[in-house]
Design a protein around this ligand. Structure first.
Ligand code: NAD
Length: 360
């Protein structure tokens, strides 16, 4: 059956890293007879330059029609002077909320070959394999009312509202429990239930849901403690589920445990496992167009796309194995380079993955 992937290159290093990921997808498409067709669209700064809109109608229509979306990254200094509502990042938020991509999955996996790239001691991080499940369409990022107002005494006051409905907590909880059941059987729900009523409800709903998953060991942790535990003893975690704001921060913290943001993929899924897949990093304007960017996070995002949205686990496994093999062979882009390894650029890293796939 034919499947459509929408490719959104975005800005900065986006086009370079997407080019390598698309080569990999084209190869596995042929080899595993996946029947994928590719469409392309504009998002972010590139879309602003071409149409004046960070999320053009054409892109939104293609995103709705596609089975999955692969994105590079958006944003850059060129568009920073624009008002908030017209910036590239608005395009990203627009796609996530229009498609109801409420579940953000961010694996933080430390490849044994990169254990020395982590800022933590090898014994603390070797074998690390955490999955952070972040709720992506609710919480204080979307809650109303919000704004900046002037009080009677003339002082300005900024305000946002943290809000979660029970149904929103339940649906992200289900995603996390299901994943924990398929992995190590442990789920840690992170909240601030000692201070915030909204997360008191979060904890209650997670506890109720836990009764449907007797095989999963559920624990609860306050977010301040979770931030500390992630650097103290990160291997205690298997799957972590949390809200949008806490998840934003904790997933970046977990990412850094692995040493390079250039290695980390992510998925944002709706209720039917349709999703948008992108590397965790941004558009890296400082190295854009220089063939320096690490394309592996984007290539691994393509593997997640195959696994979660196209149900093509064999092809996903093959890509993940190829990435591990190129690391074994010593290939490194600048962000993960250490003495004694082979420093390569973006396209050479893509070549190495293609070669590994062809050889397997
Ligand atoms: P960034 O992730 O783009 O870059 C941070 C640092 O990591 C830079 O030194 C960069 O060179 C390096 N880096 C990032 N990806 C790399 C890769 N694949 N290979 C090698 N090195 C890599 O974060 P930033 O500098 O804070 O943001 C730059 C722009 O990206 C901003 O406009 C920001 O809004 C945007 N951004 C977009 C997304 C997204 O599209 N999802 C996410 C974060 C930031």
């Amino acid at each position: 059956m034919s499947k459509t992937i929408l490719i959104l290159e975005g800005d900065g290093i986006g086009p370079e890293i997407i080019q390598q990921a698309q080569r990999v997808l084209e190869l596995v498409n042929e080899r595993f007879q996946l029947g994928i067709t590719f469409t392309h669209g504009l998002l972010g700064g590139a879309a602003i330059d071409a149409t004046g809109n960070p999320l053009p109608e054409d892109t939104l229509a293609k995103a709705k029609a596609a089975d999955a979306i692969l994105l590079g990254a958006v944003g850059g200094p060129k568009w920073e002077p624009l008002p908030m509502a017209q910036r590239p990042e608005r395009g990203l938020l627009g796609i996530r909320s229009t498609l109801n991509l409420f579940a953000n999955l961010r694996p933080a996996i430390l490849y044994p070959q990169l254990v020395h790239a982590s800022s933590l001691k090898p014994e603390l991080v070797s074998g690390l394999n955490i999955l952070i499940v972040r709720e992506l369409t609710g919480d204080i990022y979307f809650g109303q009312p919000r704004g900046v107002r002037t009080l009677e005494n003339g002082e300005r006051e900024g305000f946002n509202t943290a809000v979660y409905r029970e149904s929103e907590i339940r649906r992200i909880g289900k995603v996390a429990f299901d994943l924990a059941q398929k992995r190590g059987g442990k789920l840690c729900s992170v909240d601030k239930a000692n201070v915030m009523e909204v997360t008191e409800l979060w904890r209650e709903v997670m506890t109720e849901l836990g009764k449907d998953y007797p095989a999963v060991a559920l624990s609860h942790m306050y977010v301040d403690n979770a931030a500390m535990q992630l650097v103290r003893a990160p291997k205690q975690f298997d799957v972590v589920v949390t809200g949008n704001l806490f998840g934003d921060i904790l997933s970046d913290e977990a990412a850094m445990l692995t040493g390079s943001i250039g290695m980390l993929p992510s998925a944002s899924l709706d209720e039917n496992a349709k999703g948008m897949y992108e590397p965790c990093h941004g558009s890296a304007p400082d190295i854009a167009g220089k063939n320096l960017a690490n394309p592996l996070a984007t290539i691994l995002s393509a593997a997640m796309l195959l696994r979660y949205s196209l149900n093509a686990a064999d092809a996903a496994d093959a890509i993940e194995l190829a990435v591990s093999q190129v690391l074994d062979q010593g290939y490194r882009t600048g962000d993960i380079y250490t003495e004694g390894t082979r420093k390569v650029g973006t396209s050479e890293m893509g070549d190495a993955v293609i070669n590994a796939l062809q050889g397997s």
